[in-house]
Design a binder for this molecule. Structure first.
Ligand SMILES: Cc1cc2nc3c(=O)[nH]c(=O)nc-3n(C[C@H](O)[C@H](O)[C@H](O)COP(=O)(O)OP(=O)(O)OC[C@H]3O[C@@H](n4cnc5c(N)ncnc54)[C@H](O)[C@@H]3O)c2cc1C
Length: 509
């Protein structure tokens, strides 16, 4: 077997594929990356000594292979507090065990996320809304919408109409920029898996009896309810920089600033790809095998000779949601009963902003992910997250305009005083979310075409147009590496990741 393997993208999937090949064979993969850093969406951005995580990346997986892979790269910090969470290690190369607290901010109050039926929630909602929620939940249980045609039906069947309208509709539409009725129910199935009111209640009861359980895999817990997770001391990019280091030590190569812009196929195989650098210079790369994590839409439209018209039209119709995150350094938050003086630091890792009068979708408090992300312990370092479309009004604002807009929003919802803002850093992430609308329902047409290119493997998140987390992305990469090592060209196993496998195991359990 000839063994020149070219990998497009140095995110979690690309680096996992490269390392798996390098670890288990003499192959020295070549990774081509458009940006100047590794980690893709899971990279860590450094700004003036503070570190930003794009979105806040929990490291948890129901796959033992993934958990072991991470722990092999970075050991779990040895010292724990009484609840089993890590005490901050002095050394750098450690995974911390972190507690998750994420809440919903709505009506200028905090609600549990996922929404729980606690006394506090009931008090926040008031008796009239509660009765409406109860009746509509019972109604939806008795008369579910079948078949589930869209995301609205999915939420309605699990939570009832009133709870859906109160907690899911506005936020989901903020995230996706389209009505829930226009989104495939597959998104709900992947994003919140088997979550339902019954499971949320059972989870709340169980939680009260299981404090101090240090099992971070939480295999029997629904994905949306995961409460402790691993986290690299310096953010997710630390994991991927270590992976890149190991890859180079094993003879692999990573080339930065090279965007793949063309792929040449002959007789059902790719024979070469072409990259373009910032100065527009082009270079051709020949390989025997190709693994791609670049957006599948861009890939299909760059194949030469071009695919048949129906395949191109599905590719052209695939849609994405883009994302802006702004690091905001603050002297303090506004005082609230939950805030810890002197910074009034809230306990949350992240907060879903449900308020309809602002565009901000989520707020990360990086101090609570890892204190090592923050340069000065007497400041608060946050990530303000906005879901948008590339080139819309938000995307086009310059950084200074964006900063004043975002700071004014946080002040409007009573979380900060603008006078406490010290500095900010705006990061725009195109194609952060592959969308389950547009031509997504015809994806099989496109898949048939790419599967037919026998030495090409699509893996990862945008690579497969799948709402994959790091762990799913890694497993798809591992399977591609294994196929290449075995000389196999069948891709069915890769496409079944994050659809069936772990959750079949869960059902069996
Ligand atoms: C807001 C948010 C929160 C998230 N939270 C979590 C979480 O808590 N836990 C979790 O596990 N996952 C989380 N994820 C998902 C996680 O970020 C992704 O699953 C993971 O980064 C996907 O890895 P990947 O390698 O498939 O793709 P990417 O991370 O997108 O990497 C792809 C790489 O390919 C490069 N590339 C693209 N096009 C080209 C081209 N033409 N030529 C060369 N290079 C190219 C890109 O620059 C990038 O570096 C989150 C994602 C978002 C957006």
């Amino acid at each position: 077997m000839s063994d020149a393997v070219i990998i497009i993208g140095a995110g979690p999937a690309g680096l996992t594929a490269a390392l798996e090949l390098a670890r288990h064979s003499g192959i020295r993969p070549i990774v081509l990356e458009a940006l100047d850093d590794v980690g893709g969406i899971s990279r860590t951005i450094e700004y003036q000594g503070n570190r930003m995580d794009i979105g806040g990346h929990r490291f948890f997986s129901k796959s033992d292979w993934v958990m072991d892979w991470w722990r092999q790269m970075m050991p779990v910090a040895p010292d724990k507090d009484a609840d089993g969470f890590s005490v901050m290690p002095r050394e750098d190369r450690y995974l911390l065990i972190r507690p998750r607290l994420s809440r919903i901010y709505f009506l200028r109050r905090f609600f549990d996320y996922p929404i729980s039926l606690s006394a506090k929630t009931m008090a926040n909602l008031g008796p009239v809304r509660l009765v409406r929620i109860g009746i509509s939940y019972v109604w939806a249980s008795l008369f579910p919408r079948k078949p589930e045609k869209n995301l609205e039906d999915f939420f309605y069947n699990r939570f009832g109409g009133e709870l859906y309208r109160t907690f899911f509709k506005d936020y989901t539409e903020k995230v996706w920029g389209v009505a829930c009725r226009a989104i495939s129910p597959a998104w709900g199935a992947q994003r919140i898996k088997g979550l339902s009111i019954t499971k949320a209640i059972l989870h709340a009861v169980k939680k009260n009896f299981s404090r101090g359980n240090a099992n971070v895999a939480q295999k029997d817990t629904e994905t949306s309810l995961i409460e402790r997770f691993l986290y690299p001391k310096f953010g997710p990019g630390q994991m991927w920089r270590l992976a890149a280091e190991e890859l180079r030590a094993r003879g692999g190569e990573i080339h930065f600033g090279l965007k793949v812009v063309a792929l040449t196929r002959e007789n059902g195989r790719l024979v070469a790809i072409e990259t373009e650098a910032a100065d527009k210079s082009r270079r051709r790369w020949h390989g025997d095998w190709f693994i791609s994590t670049m957006p599948v839409r861009d890939l299909v439209l760059a194949v030469d000779p071009p695919p048949p018209a129906p395949v191109r039209s599905v590719a052209e119709g695939l849609m994405y949601r883009d994302f802006i995150t702004m690091g905001l350094l603050l002297k303090k938050l506004k005082p609230r009963p939950e805030g810890k003086p002197p910074l009034n630091l809230l306990p949350d890792t992240w907060i879903y902003i449900q308020e309809p009068d602002v565009k901000i979708g989520r707020l990360q408090i990086f101090n609570n992910w890892s204190p090592a992300l923050v340069r000065d312990a007497d400041t608060i370092w946050m990530g303000l997250e906005y879901f948008c479309q590339e080139n819309d009004e938000l995307w086009r604002m310059n950084d200074a305009e964006f900063a004043s807009f975002a700071i004014a929003e946080l002040a409007r919802i009573d979380l900060i005083d603008p006078a406490d803002a010290l500095d900010s850093h705006v990061v725009r992430i195109p194609k952060a979310y592959p969308a389950y609308f547009g031509t997504y329902d015809q994806f099989d047409t496109l898949r048939e075409f790419t599967d037919g290119i026998e030495n090409l493997f699509l893996v990862g998140r945008n690579g497969m147009h799948r709402y994959n987390n790091q762990d799913h992305s890694m497993v798809t990469a591992k399977l591609a590496a294994e196929a290449i090592l075995a000389g196999r060209t069948d891709k069915a196993a890769i496409w079944s990741v994050n659809v069936e496998d772990e959750y079949h195991e869960e059902k069996k359990a």
